[in-house]
Design a protein around this ligand. Structure first.
Ligand code: NAP
Length: 474
């Protein structure tokens, strides 16, 4: 299929007022120029979504469900092509990209199933004077803003529940990775989504134009995945019209290895938790806290596993660590490592930026003191700082010493001890003896400054529904 590069407004592919280059970070080469929207085109997308909303909200949920199911089938059939595209514009390996496409498509399947099961409630009031009916209705026009690290999954995790709920949407992808989003929008079109229900724009000035859209009273909801910094801006922007917001923000995940953990299993889990997506995941293990008694064994085995990874262009056979999304992002990783070393970190592996045009950074293992500055930042790359601890209480205190609270990992052979630790960790998600927990059927989201709301699971659709109470006189 020929690569599409235009905006999608009211069921039509539309040339933008301007354009934006999309680069391949593995080679530094241009992949395509995509259209960017001016203010009138952003307004036109809101008009299209607003006009399409009443009919879409009334469309039987079975019909909405079948469209989502069809989108799942198309996406699954095209998974190799989509994975190649993700790898090209994002830099991740083809293997990671294939995993992402399958995860992304599952959101269509899951929400196709959820679309027909929106719960309601009928109760007698305790005073006996009325009946209490509770129903859920779609919020309305929703703006969906996604990041570059999972360009397919972050889009489907929002489009799926929004359409299942009966909302119409305007998708805005990250500037680095719009091509995958455009492919997904095209899938929605081919799956039979009516004109205006799914629109796609890339504003030529992101901050100013999104701000203006968030002051248009026809917009009712903003679902954002990205950095905590931008999340805070959007909370402020949402205040004037009291917009509903769902925010999936940054993380700084602790990976805790207790002294009774199976170390080989912990290393296996650490490799997934750290290296899925080359470390560019909000769920990536970002700080390793390892009990002193097992620290040498863990560090040695983990460093060996990191050292064995093949770093290469994501489309090269056998590549296990691809490029970062851009040289700018790669340089941020290098700066964090350099300042960590300046503050006393010992480099066990990596730590040196390779020469060449590609945005590569090698698998890096550091052993650091508990106050090393790298522990305060989301590294978003293949860097693992390891800290040792003496007691479980100390590990919990260290793990919780961050403003983030998305996910935490615990390894222990004693389930009771692992659950006690999990309950004390301040995070929206906990992985016990596993390196990954993301699942379209589970509620994904964080506490503290990692966000508001949940995506996926039974909760995901409610981010796009309003609760309505109807009191009936008896
Ligand atoms: P980002 O810089 O916050 O950008 C995310 C999106 O927001 C992009 O589409 C970006 O558009 C847009 N944006 C930037 N400034 C904006 C503004 N003033 N108003 C409205 N939109 C604006 O994040 P990123 O670098 O793409 O992604 C990495 C971050 O996402 C990490 O912190 C990661 O933890 C987080 N993340 C969280 C989750 C989760 O589920 N919790 C999942 C994945 C990623 P432009 O590209 O046009 O600037």
């Amino acid at each position: 299929m020929q690569l599409k590069t235009d905006l999608f407004i009211n069921g039509q592919w539309v040339k933008g007022a301007g354009s934006l280059p999309v680069m391949n970070p593995s080679t530094g080469e241009l992949i395509a120029e995509i259209s960017t929207a001016d203010q009138a085109q952003c307004d036109a997308a809101i008009t299209a979504a607003h006009d399409a909303f009443p009919a879409w909200a009334k469309t039987p949920s079975r019909v909405r469900s079948e469209i989502l199911r069809k989108a799942f089938e198309i996406m699954t059939a095209e998974s190799d092509q989509i994975a190649r595209l993700i790898s090209m514009e994002n830099g991740k390996t083809f293997t990671d990209a294939k995993g992402e496409v399958s995860y992304a498509a599952e959101f269509f399947r899951w929400f196709a199933e959820e679309a027909v099961r929106t719960p309601g409630d009928f109760r007698h009031s305790p005073s006996g004077d009325k009946r209490i009916l509770v129903t859920h209705q779609p919020i309305g026009v929703s703006l969906l803003i996604t990041p570059w690290n999972f360009p397919a999954a972050m889009a489907t995790r929002k489009i799926g529940p929004a359409l299942a709920a009966g909302c119409t949407v305007i998708l805005k992808a990250a500037s680095e990775t719009p091509l995958t989003a455009i492919w997904i929008v095209d899938i929605m079109h081919r799956a039979g989504v009516p004109a205006g229900v799914v629109n796609f724009i890339m504003p030529e000035k992101t901050g100013a134009m999104i701000s203006r859209m968030m002051h248009d009273p026809r917009l009712r909801n903003v679902s954002f995945t990205g950095s905590t910094e931008v999340g805070r801006i959007l909370i402020k922007e949402s205040a004037d019209l009291v917009l509903r917001t769902s925010l999936e923000l940054g993380g700084n995940a602790p990976f805790v290895v207790l002294d009774d953990a199976d170390i080989d299993e912990a290393v296996k889990g650490a490799m997934v938790a750290k290296m899925r997506n080359g470390g560019a995941a909000c769920t990536a293990a970002n700080r390793f806290y390892v009990a002193k008694a097992v620290a040498d064994e863990f560090t040695q085995k983990f460093t060996k596993a990191m050292d064995d990874l093949k770093m290469a262009d994501g489309l090269e056979t056998g590549a296990q660590l691809g490029a970062s999304v851009s040289r700018k992002e790669r340089d941020k990783i290098a700066e964090l490592v350099d300042s960590s070393v300046a503050a006393g970190a010992q480099v066990r592996l990596g730590g040196v930026t390779p020469a060449g045009d590609g945005a590569f950074y090698p698998a890096t293992v550091l052993t650091v003191q508990k106050d090393n500055p790298i522990l305060n930042f989301e590294v978003f790359g293949p860097v693992a700082p390891i800290v040792t601890f003496d007691t479980d209480a100390e590990a919990i205190a260290l793990a919780n010493s961050t403003e983030y609270g998305l996910i935490a990992y615990v390894y222990s052979s004693d389930l009771k001890r692992a659950i006690r630790t999990a309950e004390a960790l301040e995070a929206g998600m906990i992985a016990i003896n596993r390196g990954v927990v993301s699942d379209p059927a589970a509620p994904f989201g964080g506490v503290k400054q990692s966000g508001l709301g949940r995506e996926g699971g039974f909760a995901g659709i409610h981010e796009f529904l309003e609760t309505k109470y109807i009191g009936v006189e008896i």
